[in-house]
Design a protein around this ligand. Structure first.
Ligand SMILES: Cc1cc2nc3c(=O)[nH]c(=O)nc-3n(C[C@H](O)[C@H](O)[C@H](O)COP(=O)(O)O)c2cc1C
Length: 168
């Protein structure tokens, strides 16, 4: 395990994110992970921040609202099958960690584990949560992404990056 600066590998991190990363949450004694493809690495409130977008109907939304902490694992190895699985099944019905045979790593600063793999690891504590509001969304975005599910907008969760490192 090697500590990194939050923005040291930003280009690679954002490229991996577009292909898929694991957003892991933990509450009520349950750990769940879901695939994300959108997100933000930035700096706000004088803190390094990772932003994720989670639709209301995700089980992850429920867990994040109970425990405002999350981890993001960006794999540098081929976990495409696992990413597809965790992006299609809900943790409400399926123990995805078990089904994928994932080992978990304990985090240093949050009460949420990380997926053990070769890749970049971020530990985050939610600083700000923002609900998307229909009137504030441009038509092009609304029609492309929300027309089929008009009541299922994303919530943005901006998490302070409290630790980040690379695992082998
Ligand atoms: C490549 C990929 C990227 C995805 N990105 C997101 C995302 O950024 N936000 C989101 O809410 N859902 C996203 N999804 C869908 C969720 O991963 C999917 O609905 C998942 O089953 C939710 O799991 P949960 O109910 O256990 O939280 C993505 C799916 C895939 C395959």
């Amino acid at each position: 395990m090697k500590e990194i600066k939050y923005n040291e590998h930003a280009k690679e991190v954002l490229e991996i994110l577009q292909k898929g990363a694991f957003l892991t949450t933990h509450a009520d004694g349950k750990t769940n992970t879901m695939t994300i493809g959108w997100g933000y690495l930035g700096y706000s409130w004088r803190k390094p921040v990772f932003g994720v977008m989670v639709r209301h109907n995700r089980y992850t939304h429920n867990l994040l609202d109970k425990n405002g902490q999350f981890t993001v694992t960006l794999p540098q190895e081929d976990l495409s099958k696992e990413l597809a699985f965790c992006g299609a099944k809900s943790g409400l019905q399926t123990d995805k960690i078990k089904a994928c045979g994932f080992s978990l790593l304990s985090a240093q600063t949050v009460d949420v584990p990380l997926i053990a793999c070769r890749g970049f690891q971020y530990e985050c504590k939610v600083l700000c949560k923002m609900e998307m509001q229909r009137p504030l969304v441009e038509e092009i975005v609304r029609e492309t992404w929300y027309e089929k599910m008009p009541d299922d907008y994303h919530t943005f969760y901006f998490g302070e990056i409290t630790a980040c490192y690379v695992t082998e």
